[in-house]
Ligand binder design. Structure first.
Ligand code: MSP
Length: 525
């Protein structure tokens, strides 16, 4: 078992101009599942999330709402972004806000390092800017608008007109890093994943990198440049640095060395910032590049990226209030191949909830525990000799645990869940074939019945451990009902890489009661 391996995983930091929708929650859940898995494997794990609070977009939203940007950010963080973490059961280790001194001071340190090393110069920027993306746009990034923007050049992501800028700015010599970046992608093929994202980034860099404008002087909601206080740093330059300022860069070098480099989970719309600009910034400062940048797909509505600005956003609590946060987490992690786009529909969610969670997993657990209750007075029976059918279950459990861990290593969360689900399917098939209720009719079959029910309950033990990173709440209920806290310890402390080792459940353990894990929902929308 690889202990003490460092695993530092980040979510993007979220803009506080609006409240979260399920697209944001999707990124959070993915990072949290990975973090929980690694934590449970004994790796030295750290999950960072937070909020991106500077820039023109926040300033404009705050002003439109009659608030200062700081008041607005405080309000949104407390009323919407921190509560999201509870809504979807995120176990983050830290939450960084870019308006915190620990961030601002160290962003200035980083800027000074680059300035002193000659990577920053003054120039003039003339071109288009999308405030929605907070990004300078090239003509090839724009499309012709429709509806109220018919005929105008609009941002391909926000479908809104871009603004033309002409400002004196400071520039970062990003073009210096073109070849080093290409060498990095070549030398470390898993630096950008999935493959489609990697190819896109390589193509982009091969077309040639321009230097990057890193300051703005027409508004002041941002971190001031240390050598010229009439400029604030470009919001993306500020935001990307959160990943190092939150773990001690410039402040606590020992902690920074312990955590860095990170695995960044980001949506594909912000891949270039993370896979091109960010490593170039780090190279310039002489800091290691990230371990990996993983660009996941979008949740789509009507074939388009779900977004608040297009009024297609669904609040995460709309789903969790009815289905619960475990179902939310399970659904988005299993129904969509991580790395690809996926369409959300209430019908699909409800169908999978009932088929896979209520009937598949929940029912398996309640039937098994009820039978141990009925036939063995609620105490886990001792198994006798294993027959081939039992050995097949033991093999399925062992293989599923190994395959799931390998899938998590490559961030294929959906594959990890399907491997684990082979246990659910195998156990359901096993119960149907073994017919414990028929065995129970003849006392002569008691030893066989004991083996069958031990096999099922021990399979459930493995399922609780393997599924706990995905569904921490219902697996905790199952763990309590299995009565194993005293013999095996807390669920979150179960080494996940050891979950497939057979025979951990101690015969004689008294089972508790199991409340329904996934109650049927009659009127799902
Ligand atoms: N503030 C920047 C990130 C800075 S990171 C140094 C930002 N914020 S965001 O709030 O707009 O988006 C945060 C994340 O949510 C991004 O990874 C984005 O891809 C993700 N999503 C937003 N809408 C989404 C979907 N419809 N589907 C999946 N993810 C989506 O960008």
């Amino acid at each position: 078992m690889a202990a003490d391996k460092s695993f530092y995983v980040t979510t993007p930091i979220f803009y506080v101009n609006d409240v979260p929708h399920i697209g944001h929650a999707y990124t959070e859940v993915a990072a949290d599942v990975l973090a929980r898995w690694h934590r449970q494997a004994g790796d030295d794990t750290w999950l960072l999330t937070g909020t991106d609070e500077h820039g023109q977009k926040i300033l404009r939203t705050a002003t439109a709402n009659g608030a200062t940007p700081q008041e607005w950010a405080d309000r949104l963080v407390e009323s919407a972004w921190k509560p999201l973490l509870d809504t979807i059961t995120i176990a983050n280790d830290d939450f960084i806000r870019t308006t915190e001194p620990r961030h601002e001071v160290n962003v200035q340190k980083f800027l000074t390092t680059l300035y002193d090393a000659g990577f920053i110069y003054t120039g003039e920027y003339e071109g288009a800017y999308c405030v929605g993306c907070e990004e300078y746009k090239q003509p090839s990034d724009l499309v012709v608008g429709t509806g109220e923007y018919e005929g105008q050049q609009v941002c391909a992501i926000h479908s809104k007109p871009v603004e033309s800028l002409h400002e004196k700015n400071y520039f970062f010599r990003m073009s210096d890093f073109e070849q080093r970046l290409l060498d990095l992608y070549e030398a470390r093929p898993d630096f950008v994943q999935p493959e489609s994202a990697r190819n896109e980034v390589i193509q982009f860099v091969k077309q040639g990198l321009a230097d990057l404008s890193i300051s703005r002087s027409t508004f002041d909601w941002g971190i001031k440049l240390p050598w010229d206080e009439t400029h604030v740093v470009y919001v993306w330059f500020d935001a990307l640095l959160n990943y190092i300022t939150a773990t001690g860069y410039g402040q606590d070098e020992a902690n920074f060395a312990r955590r860095w480099p990170a695995t960044h989970i980001v949506g594909k719309d912000i891949l270039r910032f993370h896979a091109v600009i960010w490593p170039a910034m780090l190279m310039a400062a002489g800091i290691d590049v990230p371990k990996q940048v993983y660009g996941h797909g979008w949740l789509l509505v009507g074939g388009e990226k779900m977004s608040k600005s297009k009024l297609t956003g669904i609040a995460p609590s709309d789903i969790t209030d009815t289905f619960g946060s475990d179902a939310f987490r399970y659904y988005f992690m299993s129904a969509i191949t991580f790395g690809q786009d996926g369409s959300f529909s209430w019908e699909d969610l409800s169908a999978r909830y009932h088929a896979e969670l209520a009937n598949g997993f929940g029912n398996l657990a309640s039937r098994a525990l009820a039978m141990v209750g009925k036939y063995f007075d609620g105490a886990v029976p001792a198994p006798g000799d294993y027959a081939p059918a039992d050995k097949a279950i033991i093999d399925v459990v062992a293989a599923a645990a190994v395959e799931a861990d390998a899938a998590i290593e490559t961030l294929a969360i959906h594959d990890a869940i399907s491997s684990i689900w082979t246990i659910v399917d195998a156990l359901n098939g096993y119960i149907t074939e073994q017919e414990p209720w028929a065995l129970a009719k003849d006392p002569a079959n008691a030893p066989r019945l004991a083996t069958v029910l031990y096999t099922v309950t021990e399979g459930l033990r493995a399922l609780a451990v393997l599924l706990s990173p995905v569904m921490p709440l219902s697996t905790q209920k199952l763990w309590n009902a299995l009565g194993v806290e005293a013999s095996l310890g807390a669920l979150a402390a179960q080494p996940v890489r050891n979950a497939g080792t057979w025979g951990q459940l101690v015969p004689g353990t008294a089972l508790g009661t199991l409340e329904p894990l996934f109650p049927r929902i009659e009127t799902a929308e």
